[in-house]
Design a protein around this ligand. Structure first.
Ligand code: CUA
Length: 380
């Protein structure tokens, strides 16, 4: 009898220890020390706060029910477990109308209670924002984000600069070209919920930030080779600083790429000659006009950004030189495949490697890449 009464406790003890270890590992991931700044449970804006306000009550209801179900399951499994000599079927309750009605109505009521705040939050978050909301069109590309400021006529990449205390209406489109029309998902966990970016349609999400700061975003839908590197950041500035930023972006380039008029236009210097003639960067990038939508990121004011390559690398000379030389070695791209030479094979997505396989373009030297990087970093 003594040994039998111990048996069920050991699996129980093992289960309890497993749960405790798992829970402490999970909770350790939530500590301040491991803050990855993508914590949707630490809302920094009105819309994120509304989602958080919905999350916690439902989380608590679901946890109470979940724990009750697990305890009941374990309890009944032990209570009615097989015992030698007493293997009679327990009392059957099939067809007990009161029980049947009870366990249909109670969950239905619970779901109804949960549905009320859920539906009202969904409607609340999808209403049209204030009339003075900042309108931004976000285009998901492979694999970076283009931000188009509708009223200011400014196009930038990978850093979405917004004013604090003002709603931002983000319209989401996917790259339309056949080589890049895949689904992405736009997510800034501290500022808003996720919204899919779907080719052929425009989705929208509203977000706002209470305080100035930098908030990390991430593509949340698998979209090909560099999905995990398809990051971005939202930089919230005070309204005054934001207006200042807009007017700086609206200005022309610090140094022009071309000089002269019409057919007489020529690259304005040695770095520009590399960019326009030798390596034809102007085929994909805009250098002279920050209002232009281009195939690759618009680089007119690249020097004013803190990161590049979809937010994967801090913007500094070393990183930029490496990138200009051989981008596919820093982020997985189709152009990293020796067969995929962008100027030769149609539909190769990504920047060419100028040291390995840039089609019929010459191989680039490090000195040339440094010259291009210096030029780009001066484009504030
Ligand atoms: Cu874009 Cu994943």
């Amino acid at each position: 009898m003594g040994s039998r009464s111990w048996k069920p406790r050991r699996p129980l003890l093992a289960a309890a220890v497993t749960v405790a270890v798992a829970a402490s590992l999970v909770l350790a991931g939530c500590s301040e020390a491991n803050d990855n700044r993508q914590n949707s449970l630490r809302p920094k804006g009105t819309e994120a706060q509304k989602i958080d306000n919905l999350f916690w009550p439902i989380m608590i209801i679901a946890s109470v029910i979940g724990i009750a179900v697990v305890i009941a399951t374990v309890y009944f499994a032990l209570k009615f477990r097989y015992r030698a000599g007493t293997n009679d079927n327990p009392k059957q309750i099939h067809g007990n109308t009161r029980l049947e009605i009870g366990w249909t109505i109670v969950p239905a009521l619970l779901l109804a209670v949960v549905a009320v705040p859920t539906i009202s939050t969904i409607f609340d978050l999808s209403t049209e924002p204030d009339a003075d909301a900042l309108q931004v069109t976000v285009v998901g590309k492979q694999w970076w984000w283009q931000f188009e400021y509708t009223d200011a006529k400014v196009v930038t990449a990978n850093e979405l600069v917004i004013p604090t205390d003002r709603q931002v209406r983000v319209k989401l489109r996917a790259c339309e070209a056949e080589s890049c029309n895949v689904i992405h998902s736009f997510w800034v966990p501290e500022l808003a919920g996720t919204r899919d970016v779907v080719p052929g349609r425009t989705n929208a999400v509203t977000l706002s930030a209470d305080e100035p700061g930098t908030f990390l975003g991430q593509c949340k839908e698998y979209c090909g080779l560099a999905h995990a590197d398809m990051r971005f950041r939202v930089i919230a500035k005070t309204p005054g600083d934001f207006e200042q930023w807009v007017s700086e972006q609206q200005q022309g380039p610090a140094q022009p790429v071309l000089e002269g008029e019409g057919a007489e236009q020529q690259p304005a210097g040695p770095a520009q000659r590399l960019i326009v003639n030798k390596y034809q960067c102007t085929n994909c990038h805009g250098f002279d006009d920050s209002s232009l939508v281009t195939y690759g990121p618009n680089l007119t004011h690249l020097g004013s950004r803190s990161v590049f390559a979809s937010g994967t690398y801090p913007l500094n000379k070393k990183n930029l030189v490496d990138w200009v030389l051989d981008a596919p070695s820093m982020i997985p791209m189709q152009t990293g495949d020796p067969e995929c030479r962008p100027s030769v094979v149609e539909g190769c997505v990504g920047m060419p490697s100028f040291t390995r396989n840039a089609g019929d373009l010459p191989k680039m030297t490090r000195a040339e890449a440094e010259q291009i990087a210096d030029f780009l970093l001066e484009q504030q």
